[in-house]
Design a protein around this ligand. Structure first.
Ligand code: 4AD
Ligand code: MG
Length: 462
């Protein structure tokens, strides 16, 4: 079989050639003694037009009554059609029905809303919107590997099951083999996890960072790229219970260096996707978000803004009348504030740095003011936070004091503290939410529509 992508990529070569293509029917039109099929095999975004005629097909009647969604094997000649809307077509010599499609097939030629398409998540990859989204997702993922591999970063696989809560937010999914009804209990009635599979409570990871830090202290520059899980009860367009995160970790690197890498990475991914997915990106620009291409091209070449949390709060306070949640120094920035900063004030991506330590995780490096930590969030228009990162606390005494202060158990982090005992060094890293990056690249506004099989509060079908 010949992939349709190959035919479009080398039209002159295929002109007049006999080919066999296999794919699924997007549309079918019967004009009595001839007909047209738009066939899509997923090898590229575009479908190919197949012309079939009563005179040359012995099973013409069978083909003409096929429904949208049918799997077909088409054999025929490629003909260039420079005057027509599509650059070429296949004149079918034979068409074989590999798998017919029942008439109640939910995807018809009309445009369906994304809400409806979420109810048929097993079929939606066969629509233009989702074909483009998941194709861009694939190219973006590859380009992220390329970005880090080209710079000599080592790819580390960090565990999915863990006993530590990296972000300290208590939003972990418990992993257990105990049956809650018959689980062994402590005297106080709580489940006795010492008799569980791992001999202690274990959960799905919220971040690979702590493990990545172990490897950065041996390999210098590393990155992870894997699924992470959060039992956050937030039903928003930007939160999923299962999402993918890219987490580089760099030894001998400070916060400024961390932001430089983050900015370069985002620009690299944008440029790569614009270059390798022109049809998909044109589609998004026409049907999802007019102005997307222009905006991304601009972002790929302009500097990101950089502002401290304290400065950002001064700016935002002047607009408190516009916000549901009023800002003052010490409050965590909400999406409405993040979007205001990046959309109204900076009109481009911006890094906010040096947040109050109270609203950030335990591992972030304490600044000399004793109040703020060397953290950074990268905010982008349309979404808000896309990256969270920081320089890490490399001083054993300061880290131990912070762990005490937060009432965490230092024993749980003995190995993490060890890194500060044996050759500790300045280091930094960040986490890019991959789905939010894909949303940014495509203009798609709901995280459920960039995840192949989304898991969100109350929904884990398919
Ligand atoms: O800001 P977060 O919580 O940072 C960390 O987990 C750090 N350990 C990263 C690091 O420094 N290595 O999460 C990082 C990013 C966020 O900026 C956001 O893009 C994404 O992960 N994210 C989510 N994406 C989808 N659904 C959720 N529930 C998300 N929570 C965070
Ligand atoms: Mg964050």
């Amino acid at each position: 079989r010949t992939e349709i992508a190959r035919i479009f990529a080398d039209m002159e070569h295929f002109d007049g050639q006999d080919v066999t293509v296999c794919g699924w029917t997007r549309t079918i039109r019967d004009m009595k003694n001839f007909g047209f099929i738009e066939l899509n095999d997923g090898s590229c975004f575009k479908s190919i037009q197949v012309v079939f005629e009563e005179g040359s097909l012995e099973n013409y009647k069978e083909i003409a009554k096929q429904n949208v969604g049918a799997a077909l094997i088409v054999q025929g000649k490629v003909v260039l059609t420079p005057q027509a809307k599509q650059p070429l077509e296949i004149k079918a010599a034979s068409i074989q029905v590999e798998g017919p499609s029942a008439p109640e097939y939910p995807l018809q030629k009309k445009r369906h809303g994304v809400e409806f398409l979420r109810t048929v998540a097993h079929l939606r990859p066969r629509t233009n919107l989702f074909s483009a989204a998941f194709r861009v997702r694939s190219v973006a993922a590859f380009s992220i590997h390329e970005f880090f591999q080209n710079r000599g970063f080592v790819y580390v696989h960090t565990p999915i099951i863990t006993a530590s809560d990296c972000e300290g937010a208590g939003e972990m999914f418990r992993v257990t083999t105990l049956d809650p009804e018959n689980a062994p209990r402590l005297e106080n009635g709580q489940i006795d996890y010492s008799q569980d599979f791992f001999g202690k409570p274990a959960s799905l990871t919220v971040s690979g960072q702590l493990n990545a830090e172990n490897f950065a202290m041996a390999f210098g520059n590393v990155y992870t790229f894997g699924p992470t899980f959060r039992a956050e009860n937030s039903n928003t367009q930007r939160h999923a219970a299962e999402f993918w995160m890219i987490e580089p970790e760099m030894a001998f690197c400070d916060l400024a260096g961390d932001m430089d890498v983050a900015e370069d990475m985002i620009k690299y991914v944008i440029r790569t996707v614009l270059e390798r997915c022109p049809q998909e990106m044109d589609f998004f620009n026409s049907f999802v978000d007019k102005g997307l291409l222009e905006r991304l091209q601009h972002v790929a070449s302009a500097d990101f803004g950089r502002v401290t949390y304290t400065e950002a709060v001064e700016i935002l306070k002047q607009h408190n009348d516009k916000f549901d949640f009023k800002v003052e120094w010490g409050t965590d920035l909400q999406t409405e504030h993040e979007r205001f900063l990046t959309e109204q004030v900076y009109k481009r991506p911006v890094f906010v740095t040096d947040y109050p330590k109270e609203i950030k995780a335990f591992y972030m490096r304490l600044n000399d003011d004793g109040k703020t930590v060397a953290a950074t969030d990268c905010l982008v228009p349309g979404i808000g936070e896309i990256i969270g990162g920081s320089q890490r606390e490399e001083r054993l005494d300061v880290l131990e004091a912070r762990i005490q202060e937060l009432g965490m158990n230092p024993q749980d982090y003995w190995w993490y503290l060890d890194l500060r005992r044996y050759g500790s060094c300045k280091h930094a890293g960040f986490g890019l939410g991959f789905e939010r990056m894909v949303m940014y690249l495509t203009g798609i506004s709901n995280i459920r529509d960039v995840l192949p099989h989304p898991r969100t509060v109350g929904s884990a079908d398919f």
